[in-house]
Design a protein around this ligand. Structure first.
Ligand code: GLA
Length: 376
């Protein structure tokens, strides 16, 4: 492929969530950041009513008819792009036929939101090649529709929002109810953020994601009978203490996680602003324990990575990131002990699980980028 044959290069980021897990669909605040790992789309208009899609990393070639976008759900590759184009069209936007070449540096199934990166970059590329300027928040919302309606995962807005609206070297304190955001500089001083993939593939649609979502909705309905709330994240820890008797065993555990995690997000953002990495690290570790014990979304591999990480003296805190059931952990690690940390975690994890982990050197980057290659 020759870049010069295309009109635009559009990228959208993968993301890492620092804290605030399984909170977006409960209407609370989350604290993610966009990664330098991204999906790249080269695009040019082709004057037809079709999207010709290919990849630098795959042999597949797929043609999507603009008037048949609903019929590609079962494609092995290209289904996310078709769903994204359909969602953008359904949101009232113009589509034009185009040739697209894509390549993704976000590893699939890693919990770093490769699917959001694909959806968001595809939509941004389609808008750009159609000559439209776009609002990244609107792109994120259409991308979320693609994930829910086309891919069948009833996800929240966090991944697509981070992928579209991320900012270099900043975490995003995002209120998932109002979509208001605050960028908080990610200043880690003498520490580094280490991302480790447990390398056990996960599949959200097949996992318990939708079940957890239903459990939190059940909790919300029950608590709403006594409290003036518009979402589960509105419940304070004091209110939860008073009314948790309304909830049955597992549902109570799920709701407790949500209420306490919301509290941790506020504290984590404050700690980050003050440069208090010890507090931030402790909040991460408490978050993981809650996801393990109350929300039950960690699993053997993520727990093995977590326990290895927190056992190392250079580690200030660690947790799983993303939906769970596989994927990655993040750890805050003193830079001068980071190499030893990586070696220790790798060795211990491999010994315990038989999987070789993968450590990422990713930085915090912008969400969508658009570069004009050729002016027509
Ligand atoms: C997945 C979903 C997000 C969010 C996280 C858990 O990544 O796509 O919307 O719910 O899980 O925090």
């Amino acid at each position: 492929m020759n870049e010069k044959d295309y009109d635009y290069k559009v990228t959208a980021a993968g993301r890492v969530n620092i804290i605030g897990e399984h909170i977006d669909y409960c209407g609370g605040k989350v604290f993610p950041a966009a990664l330098s790992l991204c999906n790249t789309v080269y695009v040019r208009a082709n004057g037809t009513d079709k999207i010709n899609l290919s990849w630098t990393t795959l042999d597949d070639k797929v043609t999507l008819g603009l008037s048949e976008l609903g019929s590609y759900r079962n494609l092995r590759y290209g289904n996310y792009q078709a769903g994204s184009a359909l969602a953008w069209k359904n949101a009232g936007h113009k589509l034009v036929g185009c040739d697209m070449v894509q390549s993704c540096s976000v590893p699939f199934g890693s919990g770093l939101s490769s699917s959001a990166a694909i959806e968001v970059s595809t939509i941004a590329a389609l808008a750009t090649v159609a000559g439209e300027s776009f609002d990244p928040v609107e792109v994120a919302l259409a991308a979320q529709r693609a994930e829910c309606d086309y891919a069948g995962v009833n996800c929240g807005i966090m991944d697509q929002y981070s992928s579209a609206c991320g900012k270099k070297d900043c975490a995003i304190l995002l209120d998932c109810k109002t979509l208001e955001r605050e960028y908080v500089p990610l200043v880690l001083g003498d520490c580094a953020l280490v991302i480790v993939n447990c390398n056990k593939p996960h599949n959200l649609a097949e996992s318990k994601y939708n079940e957890r979502r239903a459990e939190t909705e059940e909790a919300f309905k029950a608590l709403k009978t006594k409290l003036d709330i518009s979402c589960l994240a509105d419940v304070t820890t004091a209110e939860f203490g008073k009314y948790s008797y309304l909830l049955g065993g597992k549902v109570r555990d799920r709701a407790r996680h949500v209420v306490e995690e919301c509290d941790r997000v506020e504290k984590a953002a404050e700690a980050m602003k003050k440069g208090d990495l010890v507090t931030l690290g402790n909040l991460l570790t408490t978050s993981h324990k809650s996801l393990k014990e109350l929300y039950e979304v960690t699993g053997k591999e993520l727990d093995a990575l977590f326990f290895a990480a927190i056992a190392h003296p250079a580690c200030l805190g660690s947790r799983m990131t993303g939906a769970g059931f596989g994927g990655c952990t993040i750890s805050i690690v003193k830079k001068d002990g980071a190499e030893d940390f990586k070696e220790y975690v790798t060795g211990r994890y491999e010994k315990e699980t038989g999987y070789a982990p993968r450590i990422f050197d990713a930085s915090i980057a912008d969400g969508i980028t658009v570069t004009e290659i050729n002016r027509r």
